[in-house]
Design a protein around this ligand. Sequence first.
Ligand code: G4P
Length: 522
Amino acid sequence: MSIKDEVLKRKTFAIISHPDAGKTTLTEKLLLFGNLIRSAGTVKGKKSGKFATSDWMEIEKQRGISVTSSVMNFPYKGFQVNILDTPGHEDFSEDTYRTLTAVDCVVMIIDATKGIEAQTLKLFKVCRMRGVPIFTFINKLDREGREPLDLLEEIENELNIETYPMNWPVGMGKRFLGIFDRYNEQFVQFNGNEEETYIPYADLDKPEHANLVQNPTFVETKDELALVDEAGNEFSLDAVLKGELTPVFFGSALAPFGVQTFFDTFISMAPAPTPRKTTEGVMSPDNPEFSGFVFKIQANMNPAHRDRIAFLRVCSGKFERGMSVKLARTDKPIKLSQSQQFVASSRDTIEEAFAGDIIGIYDPNAYRIGDTLIEGKESFEFDELPQFPPELFKKVTAKNVMKAKQFKKGIEQLVQEGAIQLFKDFRTESYIIGAVGQLQYEVFEYRMKNEYNVDIMFESIGERIPRWLKADQVDPNLFDERNLLVRDREGEAVVLFKNDFSLRWFIDKHPKVELIDLFEVN
Ligand code: G4P
């Protein structure tokens, strides 16, 4: 098979959701389709003490280490599916954001009873901002939820994206009858169990369906659907692929209901790996020479190994185990002898991979997040991974001053790895570390102790709003502890505003000072 054919088969995506929206349940169903697991329930049931394959990082955490996004891959109907798991909000970190740079689209799960939940909004917005195609699965239709139109409106308003309902639910909760599968022009009947009945629209007036079509909920919904057909957005695959329109599927991951039609339609529409920008122009996924970038480095994935694994997204050519490549940053050759593909917690050695695939390579302490690996003679780097402004900040010091050297070394390495972001107080030069989620501090503390033998102390300075300053507008006299002036890793000046009020007050007082928000979404 040619490289081009291999690339066209790849569907690489992440599933993102608020905790409890049903990500684990849906992932499990997809793994069943892919025959990666044999029966439902082997994976689910956090409360019963079992765990999901995709939740294996939880186990790693209990052993005292963390944090990864696992990668699951399986062949499905002629495609090669790569699912990247993203940790939920409680385990939120910059890794979650970076994972989004390695996928070609995302599936966003929303709980029909809740709609978009605040803590997850930012994650969704990052996808929107980066133009990642978003497919929406509105879950838990077997429960009494919010009105479909209301949910669509919320998605449109919050994410500034158009929606196109691929199907339309008839009733919810106890009155749930099934869905109008608009895309495939059939009614999918819910029978209260896993069996779904598919009735083409044209067959709905057959006598055996009289009971169904005369049901008041059915009649009512048919009228509603006529309105949606008339007044709703047009479907455009082009707009989907540009990230401007999200196809919305209603269903129930648990029942399961509507999952098969969702997945089949999603897989047929999801983009294959697309060309990626580099410093020397665009790299096509079917370029015969191998290239890829590191989007994540995982230390101590397995305590027994105590090794580091760099996660690489293949962007072109063919990866072969043992091949020699060049690390673009240093221009030095490096041999990729130990490589792994991940099926959640098990590691299989991988012999070859193509654009869209995610592989784990042994990291002899050589890689950094964002590093480009190239097979050919040319030199280029993939676009820098975006920096995501942290929200939590803590001052950090070594408990034992005698350990200053290890302390510094540990911090520098962990910063390089992207585990945390480092800032320095403008005046005192003391270290301040920023994180997107609390877990990053826990991992940081654990690793400082275990890998560098340094006990650290934190002093929280709370949630802050970071704003970057232009170099010629830095006036330390304008800031104090409240609105703390710091420098980032590159030496750029950043103000950590205490809260929204302080920020607005400052803007009011000093309208000429330009404050740059790296996280502006809309
Ligand atoms: P998460 O990974 O996004 O955190 O969500 P997860 O799949 O674990 O689902 C969260 C809860 O919602 C689970 O119940 C799960 O059974 C339930 N759930 C998922 N999909 C559906 C659905 O389509 N309909 C209904 N009614 N419930 C759904 P739990 O009681 O928290 O856990 P468990 O003990 O049942 O596993």
